[in-house]
Design a protein around this ligand. Structure first.
Ligand code: PMP
Length: 375
């Protein structure tokens, strides 16, 4: 039968208890959310939702076309200007998702004959960028500038290193200064995905590259998502104006994709303006992460020390992790659950989001539930 193999996979998923969960309407939900990527608690902030409504009223429900035809509005231009200014880069280009931004940056900067050096822990969208790029990819050990250095030394010609700034599974940070140094020794470019750093790391949430002293560097390109700390949807590439100009003409996910919906652009812009007015939100997210980590380890749980707002807690087995997350949910706490194959090292985890707007009481409740439901 056509597609018969799909049914076997579906059966295996059901056996493993992998089911999709519908998120309840926030107004009706008693669930405490430590699963979303809404790091600064802005997704439902009135200024952010109003930014979306105003943009939709002004510009319509959709962007109406590719960015190169009718899909670029004043709103997109303003968002690009604000993003670049906030993170300290010369220019920015907005995409319909962070995924599309990563595909754009990697494919446009890794031409035929080039080398792409990719961290083994990189996000799927960077991996897919490598798969689509014309250059050859070499995967290197996680967070290891010397491994990058060795890989670059094997190649003659254009080269680029790609890495997450904060890795999405464990929440650990990449050694950005060391990576930049290794790249510079070999005249290579550095592309970093700051999806989990923007809004959380750096002074006022200016991002991990800013914190590492790499903002505005002419050999560094940063990708971000608008869907985590900015509480909206979409992505962007930030970097030197000449790189951004090249992407406009070379990045297929810019040229052949409909522009970012005005409501998403309006929400992201409002969130960015809010973050600039209330920069302390970034530090608060980091404080909440540190507190969650300290309290969980005090209970004897194995949690990775967080570098940003992701707190990862090890589970004894994949089944144990699924049961743990389900028991948390039954006790009113929503947490993420990562298990093989989405964790390459085979270690299942609960993944918690340290939101800046969590109260002391909520942190305490979350830790109590996680402790009481441990497998
Ligand atoms: N990079 C990283 C590290 C991510 O975690 C994500 C989101 N899961 C993305 C890129 C993709 O961003 P978006 O959801 O905006 O497509």
């Amino acid at each position: 039968m056509a597609f018969g193999w799909i049914d076997e996979q579906a059966q295996a998923r059901r056996r493993a208890g992998l089911v999709r969960i519908l998120r309840p309407r926030p107004a009706d939900s008693p669930l405490l959310d430590l699963a979303s990527n809404d790091y600064l608690g802005l997704a439902r902030h009135p200024e952010v939702t109003e930014g979306a409504v105003r943009a939709a009223r002004t510009w319509g429900g959709g962007a109406t076309g590719s960015r190169l035809v009718t899909g670029t509005t004043e709103l997109h231009a303003e968002l690009e200007h604000e993003l670049a200014a906030h993170c300290g880069f010369e220019a920015a280009l907005v995409f319909s998702s962070g995924y599309a931004a990563n595909l754009a940056a990697v494919t446009a900067l890794a031409p035929h004959g080039s080398l792409v050096v990719s961290d083994a822990g990189n996000h799927a969208s960077l991996i897919d960028g490598c798969r689509l790029a014309r250059g050859t990819t070499q995967v290197v050990a996680h967070a290891d500038p010397d491994a990058v250095r060795k890989a670059l030394a094997t190649h003659d010609g254009p080269a680029v290193t790609v890495s997450d700034t904060v890795f999405s599974v464990d929440g650990d940070a990449a050694p950005l200064a060391g990576l930049a140094e290794a790249c510079r020794e070999h005249g290579a470019g550095l592309v970093v995905d700051d999806a989990h750093g923007l809004g959380v790391l750096g002074d006022g949430g200016r991002g991990a590259p800013h914190a590492a002293g790499l903002a505005g560097a002419d050999d560094v390109v940063v990708t971000v998502t608008l869907s985590k700390s900015l509480g909206s949807q979409g992505g962007a590439v930030l970097g030197p104006a000449r790189v951004i100009d090249h992407l406009v003409n070379a990045a297929r996910t810019f040229i052949f994709d409909t522009g970012l919906a005005p409501a998403a652009a309006g929400a992201a812009l409002a969130a960015l303006i809010l973050l600039r007015r209330e920069p302390e939100r970034a530090a608060r997210a980091r404080e909440v992460a540190a507190e969650l980590h300290a309290r969980l380890t005090a209970l004897g749980l194995s949690a990775v020390r967080p570098d940003a707002a992701v707190v990862s807690v090890r589970a004894p087995s994949p089944e144990g992790a699924v049961r743990w997350a389900a028991d948390c949910r039954a006790a009113g706490l929503s947490v993420g659950c990562f298990r093989p194959p989405s964790v390459p090292d085979g270690v299942s985890r609960l993944r918690l989001t340290a939101r800046a707007d969590l109260s002391g009481e909520q942190i305490e409740r979350a830790v109590r539930v996680i402790g009481e439901t441990r497998p």
